[in-house]
Design a protein around this ligand. Structure first.
Ligand code: NDP
Ligand code: OXD
Length: 314
């Protein structure tokens, strides 16, 4: 009997545990699905499908063959100081996730580009006024992270006419996108960017990266959209840049602390849009095939579908 342990600290995912159980059972009826905390004998667990596993949980599974992330990001797994070494980790990669991220990115880039927040304010004041409006080709959108999600969003932004540039760790080619990479390429990338979109993974290199110095390298009046991770942003520096007018507007899906505390000034800042970490949700119908494929692969001695490199951290 092959056994999968399901663990999620997110109410959204956790409250749908029966949905996950049923969806997995449809595709792999022979798999025993155990939802934490009803783990049974920990030595019987072969696979762990997890979101923000409690520190030490994975280390307590002596026969674990692979860790399957419930998200595209894996920072929630690497945050565990007792993470067992040498156990393969697979993360979510699928068209459904890329599509959801693309929808969210395009929605907010277009909203910044077409000045929708200002039109909402004018409507509230019953003011009929048009605002200066460049066309998409006159607006440079800079996408940080050109992987599965950022690369897809960048390509689609280019397809609707934006001048799109991208930034990654190593050289990348994305159709319609002028690409920069590495620390050496960052200054030039930021200097050209009017609307900055981050879809970066959280790693030691990207933690607190978006700070006062970083923001000051953007042209005055640039705006910021973050779907990567909140811990990449020094939020006090972002608020200062918004207050000084250097950054005109920000749309944030991820935060240093989630859920965003009710007293946090980002909730009420007039030029900040908050969404509750929903840019791209993991749909079990899309993920389940990957989970089944990963288990089948490991059982026959092959590598998981989307292996994470612990040295890179993503
Ligand atoms: P990928 O691993 O496919 O892509 C990551 C990209 O970031 C790559 O282009 C990589 O460069 C680049 N990158 C990593 N580190 C650096 C660095 N130090 N400097 C410059 N570029 C860097 O990841 P995905 O696209 O699948 O996912 C990205 C992130 O999106 C996730 O880790 C997660 O944090 C976030 N996410 C957020 C969601 C939400 O709902 N808000 C939903 C899903 C994901 P290179 O190409 O050289 O490897
Ligand atoms: C993810 C996320 O990493 O939802 O998949 O943030």
């Amino acid at each position: 009997m092959t056994t999968l342990l399901f663990y999620s600290d997110s109410d959204d995912i956790g409250s749908r545990v029966d949905w996950w159980r049923d969806t997995v059972a449809e595709h792999m009826p022979e798999l025993e699905f155990r939802a934490w905390p009803d783990t049974g004998d920990l030595a019987e667990i072969d696979y762990a499908l997890v979101w923000k596993p409690e520190p030490g949980l994975l280390a307590s599974l002596p026969n674990l063959k692979a860790i399957l992330s419930l998200g595209a990001g894996v920072d929630h797994i690497f945050a565990d100081p007792q993470l067992p070494q040498g156990v393969p980790i697979s993360r979510v990669v699928n068209e459904n996730m890329a599509l959801r991220m693309r929808e969210w990115v395009l929605l907010h880039v277009l909203s910044h580009h077409r000045r929708q927040r200002e039109y909402n304010q004018l409507q509230r004041a019953r003011v009929w006024r048009d605002l200066e409006q460049p066309h998409a080709g006159e607006r440079c959108v800079g996408v940080m992270g050109l992987g599965e999600l950022g690369g897809d969003s960048a390509r689609h932004l280019a397809s609707i006419g934006f001048d799109v540039i991208g930034w990654s760790r190593s050289p990348r080619e994305v159709p319609g996108v002028r690409a920069f990479h590495g620390r050496d390429g960052l200054k030039a990338f930021l200097a050209e960017t009017d609307i900055l979109v981050s879809v970066l993974p959280l790693t030691p290199e990207t933690t607190d990266m978006i700070n006062a110095d970083f923001l000051s390298r953007l042209p005055r009046g640039a705006s910021f959209i973050n779907a990567g991770r909140g811990q990449q942003v020094v939020e006090a520096d972002l608020l200062a840049a918004l207050d000084s007018g250097h950054i005109s507007e920000a749309t944030l899906d991820v935060f240093q602390t989630e859920p965003l505390p009710v007293t946090d000034p980002l909730w009420t800042h007039p030029r900040v849009t908050v969404t509750p970490h929903i840019a791209a949700f993991t749909d079990p119908r899309a993920l389940v095939r990957q989970v089944v494929e990963d288990i089948r692969r490991v059982e026959r001695g092959a590598e998981v579908t989307n292996p994470v490199d612990p040295a890179r951290g993503y």
